[in-house]
Design a protein around this ligand. Structure first.
Ligand code: FES
Length: 103
């Protein structure tokens, strides 16, 4: 199992476990508030915006240009912003912590 901790916009911590797919799909499956995944994970809605913990950026990586264009539509964009539909749920990110931007 791959573990991800989501911190919601109001500070609640939700621990989720999964075996594959994307971090967005994991969040939706665990009813994480603020992660809607409206576009189904094709990087065209920004309803899956998270801030990745700084310590995790090296293994998760930064947003690519397509993602950055989409993030321009979102509030509270930072250097560690990612659209979590673009983060594959793999062993490489086991223990990831992300903070949800939207309520
Ligand atoms: S689910 Fe739409 S951009 Fe991630």
């Amino acid at each position: 199992m791959i573990n991800v901790t989501f911190t919601t916009a109001d500070g609640e911590k939700i621990q989720a476990q999964g075996t594959g797919g994307s971090v967005m799909e994991l969040a939706v499956a665990h009813n994480v508030p603020g992660i809607d995944g409206d576009c189904g994970g094709v990087c065209s809605c920004a309803t899956c915006h998270v801030h990745v913990a700084q310590d995790d950026m090296a293994r998760v990586g930064y947003a690519n240009d397509i993602e950055k264009d989409m993030l321009e539509l979102s509030d509270d964009v930072s250097e560690t912003s990612r659209l979590c539909c673009q983060i594959a749920l793999s062993k490489d990110i086991d223990g990831l912590s992300v903070t949800v931007v939207r309520e």
